[in-house]
Design a protein around this ligand. Structure first.
Ligand code: ZN
Length: 193
């Protein structure tokens, strides 16, 4: 908590950074050695709409609900527990900003924020990813019904990553949504702080 309180200028840095949204196509940051990891695939950059130095916010190519996004490290890091204090702070700051953007764009005031750590907890892709998805009244029969949907969606993603059938990363629909979110960030940034 102390390190967070001492970094009062960080919000301003992020604001400046995101006023001009351009996702760098810097392949050096993507660890391509993890060949079968969907989040280490360069195509993930097509789905990104926010970034910080070490993290990306991407739109889930198989959203369980509209607005379903993920915050991921650019490098192949499996666990939240591997992040040092500085990275953890950067991750949290970007994720909070992303949540505000997602709520604004998808006109919600409720959201789920969830990380599954290790297989026993339901992690199927061993690359740290925070799910953020907006919620609306009665969007699912029960508020907790998201979990089985998420689990089967992730298993499907993992299974098919090398398959030709797995072309959702480049789908025009995803690019359209991502471009729409980016345009909304630029329009509404002053209201998101
Ligand atoms: Zn990875």
């Amino acid at each position: 908590m102390h390190s967070m309180r001492n970094s009062t200028n960080f919000g301003l840095m992020l604001q400046t950074q995101f006023n001009n949204i351009k996702i760098k196509k810097d392949m050096k940051r993507i660890n391509l050695k993890q060949g079968n990891c969907p989040f280490c695939n360069e195509k993930v950059l097509d789905t990104a709409f926010m970034e910080s130095e070490n993290f990306l916010v991407i739109y889930n190519n198989a959203p369980i609900l509209p607005g379903h996004s993920l915050v991921i490290p650019k490098n192949h890091i499996e666990s939240l527990l591997e992040l040092d204090q500085t990275e953890l702070f950067e991750f949290t700051q970007l994720s909070i900003k992303a949540a505000k953007v997602i709520l604004k764009v998808f006109k919600a005031d409720s959201f789920n924020w969830t990380i599954q750590e290790k297989p026993a907890a339901g992690q199927t892709i061993p690359h740290l990813h925070l799910h953020i998805f907006p919620r609306h009244d009665n969007d699912l029969p029960n508020p907790g019904d998201w979990y089985p949907i998420l689990k089967s969606s992730e298993e499907e993603q993992h299974k098919n990553i090398d398959s030709e059938k797995r072309s959702k990363y480049n789908s025009q629909e995803i690019i359209k949504i991502v471009n729409y979110i980016k345009s909304q960030i630029n329009l509404n940034w002053n209201n998101l702080k």
